[in-house]
Design a protein around this ligand. Structure first.
Ligand SMILES: [Zn+2]
Length: 674
């Protein structure tokens, strides 16, 4: 049987309010929507009674699931389980029962949780392994760990854990007794990362792997075929708890493939263009960090529920664009979690059924994420170990800003991918991009090798690190660096002198609004430095270089990240064309032409295009790299439930641009195969 893209319906069953009518509706929906797997929640949201005892699971939850599971199996629909709590998402007035009796989390400010477990309490560790053993008795296909398996964002508490047990652990590692206030101060302290920071991150990193390993061992003993899956949330916050992605997934997976649920960042319908940016930094980065030996089942979740929070078309975009992640299935959280069951009026069954053949095709020709073409945006799971804080007041200062190029280039329709940096990474003749304090993860030799052997895109903060290291600024022939803060009546706009873009002569891009500060760099050797645009004041005084290419291979966008608006100023038609022009000068790369808001993901024999706008694109236009121009391509799309194929004619390629006379509809995803 050909491989299928696994539709997993996440479904809340209330053991105290379940009947034949609800069961029948579930079965009917699964048949009509072409569902492959039902993932039953245990103890979710409104039905959550705090940490369950094993007896509660054994008496109520599992028998109810088991009954309906048998009927699903008759239709070749598998059963999986999604216990809704590990540590517990948030406090909701419940307390840990005396019978379970484990300690709870304390955050960096000293705030105590009532129900969120301390991950180092041996009583909780034993409890969670035992209860997963109980779930395993049902022999689910997949058994999930929720994304509450983390050290932060457990409302109302923030970064944890600083309970007495943890303070004792930290004190032992430090070799002296330390108070929470003192330890947190050192953890966040500006300047070089402290020993306290390293101890906190390492303890958090190691304790999660330990728990995962114990759960894996317990589950494998009871149900060897069950695969343990892990739900993740924001990768930059996982950096702040020191997550070791390979280590954690190895601990959890045993002999199975890794099973990962990346977050799709839109519980409500947001602008598809906003979703486009977030999709890069959350969904794509997580998928990269989990790595290649994995089943990727992203989370399509509407919250609250119904067409009042998300249209069917937006749901379709979220589903089909997972092709860009090389996803092998999806977790569908489309109905509420309090026991109403299926609501047939939402019309999801037809939508899901119609997309299924296209999704199956994508799975049968799964994108090889290790072999993706385009700009590699370097990210490190160790970023929070290495970055420097500025004020030392808030854990948010530990968030890496390494994904800016990814959101930008991805949204502008340039083929790109996140690329995990490890200490054995070695890049040559690649196109790389780094931002924020990524370079602080590297030593001088590593930075030198990257800059000498590759085309690299840098931002202002990256240049600043080159200046902070004694010898590195010569790599970009830079002499002097001045940081000019935004909105100080100095720089006002960037002007691309001598160029015409969109029939506009000497076009401009803002340096005033929704933008970072200007890094004014003076260069030593004008012969090797190509200045493409310059900063100007409001009075049209020329102030210094902006977009610059050094030695034909290092491209500089001399700007940092605005705390509120990030890089928003760069999401602009003029800048998009300038960046594509620079890419064309320095590399051979795939990108879309005149299709604003359409994303491209490309490997040597596959291209996925997703239109992240509600506008139709009147035709498909792709600037194709040289080798792709030599291949025969076929375009796949679906009309209703019918999968269609269109052969690409060689004469459609002119001046490196392939033009396919196909109207790419708003929010539509198509696949090109060689
Ligand atoms: Zn603790």
């Amino acid at each position: 049987m050909a491989e299928t893209y696994q539709y997993s319906l996440r479904f809340a069953i209330d053991p105290f309010n379940w009947n034949e009518e609800r069961a029948k509706k579930l079965i009917k929906f699964c048949q009509e929507a072409r569902i492959d797997n039902v993932v039953f929640f245990i103890n979710p949201e409104e039905l959550n009674q705090g940490h369950l005892t094993i007896d509660q699971v054994r008496t109520h939850w599992l028998p109810t699931v088991a009954k309906v599971s048998k009927r699903l199996a008759e239709m070749d629909i598998t059963t999986s389980l999604n216990p809704w709590t590990t540590l517990m998402h948030s406090d909701r007035g419940q307390k840990v029962s005396p019978e379970l009796g484990f300690g709870t989390m304390v955050d960096y400010r000293g705030q105590h949780a009532e129900s969120i477990a301390c991950p180092a309490d041996p009583r909780w560790v034993e409890y969670i392994a035992d209860i997963y053993g109980e779930y395993a008795k049902l022999q689910p296909k997949e058994l999930w760990l929720e994304d509450d398996f983390r050290h932060y964002n457990h409302t109302p508490i923030k970064l944890a854990c600083f309970c007495e047990r943890h303070m004792k652990i930290y004190s032992e590692k430090l070799g002296r007794k330390v108070t929470r206030t003192e330890f947190v101060k050192k953890l966040l302290q500006p300047g070089e990362p402290t020993l306290e920071r390293k101890i906190y991150l390492n303890v958090a990193r190691v304790e999660m792997k330990k728990v995962a390993r114990l759960i894996q061992k317990t589950v494998a003993r009871i149900s060897p075929t069950t695969r343990l899956g892990l739900m993740s949330s924001f990768p930059e916050w996982h950096a702040v708890e020191g997550r070791d992605w390979d280590g954690l997934f190895d601990s959890l997976s045993g002999t199975h493939l890794r099973v990962s649920r990346p977050h799709l960042p839109a519980y409500n319908e947001v602008s598809p263009l906003q979703y486009s940016r977030d999709f890069e930094r959350y969904s794509r980065v997580t998928t990269e960090l989990v790595g290649k030996n994995s089943d990727v089942y992203p989370e399509l979740e509407s919250y609250m529920y119904s067409p009042f929070v998300k249209s069917r078309m937006f749901t379709k975009l979220q589903l089909e664009s997972t092709q860009m992640l090389g996803a092998t299935g999806i977790l569908l959280n489309l109905f509420d979690m309090m026991g109403n069951g299926i609501d047939e009026t939402y019309g999801y069954a037809e939508l899901l059924a119609e997309s299924k053949d296209l999704m199956n095709l994508g799975t049968q020709h799964r994108l090889n994420l290790e072999q993706l073409d385009g700009v590699k945006v370097l990210v490190s799971q160790d970023a929070s170990f290495n970055l420097q804080t500025t004020r030392g007041e808030n854990p948010e200062e530990l968030l890496p800003k390494e994904y800016s190029w990814l959101s930008l280039l991805g949204s502008l329709g340039v083929a790109c991918k996140p690329e995990k940096w490890t200490n054995t990474s070695n890049f040559e003749n690649e196109v790389l991009a780094v931002s924020g304090q990524f370079f602080n993860n590297l030593n001088d030799e590593q930075i030198t090798a990257l800059l000498k052997k590759n085309v690299m895109f840098l931002d202002g903060e990256s240049v600043q690190i080159l200046f902070e290291r004694p010898t590195l600024r010569t790599l970009i022939d830079a002499e002097k660096l001045e940081i000019k803060r935004a909105r100080t009546n100095y720089q006002s706009y960037e002007q691309i002198d001598g160029m015409v873009i969109d029939q506009i002569e000497n076009p401009r891009v803002t340096m005033l609004q929704h933008t970072g500060d200007y890094y004014k760099i003076a260069y030593e050797n004008a012969n090797k430095v190509e200045i493409l645009s310059s900063a100007y004041s409001a009075k049209a005084e020329k102030l210094g270089p902006v977009m610059t290419i050094i030695n034909g291979r290092t491209v500089i966008l001399p700007m940092n990240t605005d705390p509120k608006y990030g890089w928003e100023s760069q999401y602009y038609s003029i800048k998009a064309k300038l960046l594509k022009l620079i890419l064309n000068k320095t590399t051979d790369i795939d990108y879309v032409v005149d299709m604003a808001g359409t994303k491209i993901t490309a490997s040597s024999n596959q291209i996925v295009l997703s239109n992240f706008t509600i506008d139709d694109q009147k035709q498909i236009q792709i600037h194709l790299s040289k080798t792709k121009q030599q291949q025969d391509w076929k375009l796949y799309f679906h009309e209703g439930a019918k999968l269609q194929e269109l052969a690409v004619k060689p004469e459609w390629i002119e001046h490196d641009v392939l033009t396919i006379p196909y109207q790419l509809k708003g929010l539509e995803t198509v696949i090109l195969l060689a």
